[in-house]
Design a protein around this ligand. Structure first.
Ligand code: NDP
Length: 307
């Protein structure tokens, strides 16, 4: 049993602000090379949540000096029209990153659209070239949410070598890339999913737990090892006392009695996702400049590294 006051509440807003500061510096450095990072954001239809996400992404881009170009398409846009737009953005040297806001309307094949994006401009890291590159440990664009979780883990624990990490959830967007990133950081990784047997017991062995399930407060203290570090990716909207509120996949109050550090919801992983999108736009700009990446790794390119 912990005293809740000894638990570190991992501040995702502060961590995201640090990443965005680094991005701002890197964008300024790129501009000295006459490189002007630009992000194209494509929204099909009028889904209110997607509109909010797109607005936030555009705002963050502007704050960091990244040029953003919005393409708002009507809900009856055909797949062929969307693919034409992406082909144009792929060919446009003034565009460095392409983000297609998901979900797409049902008549459009999401996978075909994601595979049409130039892997070097794929700032969401969903193209199979980048997914494969991640699993091979190559220096590719990686999905924003798991990359944001890795930042928070390194900030909290430093070196992750040899830690036992349990990822709860195996989606292509969060769980699988999360597991690949943890493996790359030399963790021993267990991935749990809806068919896992003894999930709670397996989870209770973990030094690090990343919860990405989409079930409100599913993991309480009985799932967690004393002293573990918990990253809660879940964003669940629930009704409580006649009010709507956001909660994670972890029962935060219960977890406080055992963990050493935990992310809150909201204010944990959420802010990191957009910050990492901006970081990926800078990385994409660098990857597209062979002169900046041939003689040294891109992280070592002059003046342009961001942590
Ligand atoms: P998905 O619905 O795509 O995946 C959920 C995963 O959880 C599946 O792999 C599923 O297993 C697994 N699962 C479901 N029930 C159980 C269970 N009882 N025990 C163990 N595993 C289970 O969700 P996402 O990965 O897209 O998102 C997960 C959560 O993260 C959501 O709340 C989402 O809103 C949030 N999210 C937050 C982001 C952020 O920026 N903070 C970004 C993206 C997502 P199976 O594969 O067997 O079905």
């Amino acid at each position: 049993m912990n005293s809740p006051s000894s638990v570190t509440i991992i501040d995702g807003k502060a961590a995201a602000a640090r990443v965005l500061n680094d991005v701002r510096d890197a964008v300024s450095a790129l501009k000295e090379y006459d490189l002007h990072p630009a992000l194209a954001v494509v929204l099909v239809g009028h889904d209110p949540a997607s509109q909010v996400y797109v607005r936030n992404k555009v705002l963050r881009a502007e704050e960091t000096g990244i040029r953003s170009v919005e393409h708002k398409l009507t809900v009856d846009t055909t797949e062929a029209e969307l693919l034409d737009l992406i082909a144009g953005l792929n060919a446009d040297p003034a565009i460095n990153g392409i983000l297609v806001q998901l979900p797409l309307p049902a008549h459009i094949d999401e996978n075909r659209v994601l595979q049409a994006i130039d892997p070097l401009k794929d700032v969401d890291g969903f193209h199979s070239e980048n997914v494969g590159g991640l699993s091979q440990g190559r220096d590719v664009l990686t999905p924003c949410t798991p990359s944001g979780c890795m930042h928070l883990l390194h900030d909290t624990l430093g070196d992750l070598n040899g830690k036992h990490a349990v990822v709860v959830g195996r989606s292509n967007i969060v769980g699988k890339p999360m597991a690949a990133l943890l493996l790359q950081a030399n963790c021993t990784v267990t991935v749990l999913h809806s068919r896992s047997v003894n999930a709670r017991e397996l989870c209770r062995q973990a030094d690090i737990v990343v919860a990405a399930v989409g079930r409100p407060r599913m993991l309480d203290a009985s799932w967690l090892k004393p002293g573990s570090v918990v990253i809660d990716v879940g964003i669940n909207r629930i009704d409580e006392g006649g009010k709507t509120r956001l909660v994670g996949d972890v029962d935060f109050d219960s977890a406080l009695s055992v963990v050493s550090a935990i992310t809150p919801v909201p204010g944990g992983v959420g802010p990191m996702t957009i910050a990492l999108l901006m970081k990926n736009t800078v990385s994409a700009t660098q990857l597209q400049q062979p002169a900046l990446s041939t003689h040294s790794t891109r992280a070592e390119a002059p003046c342009l590294s961001i942590s």
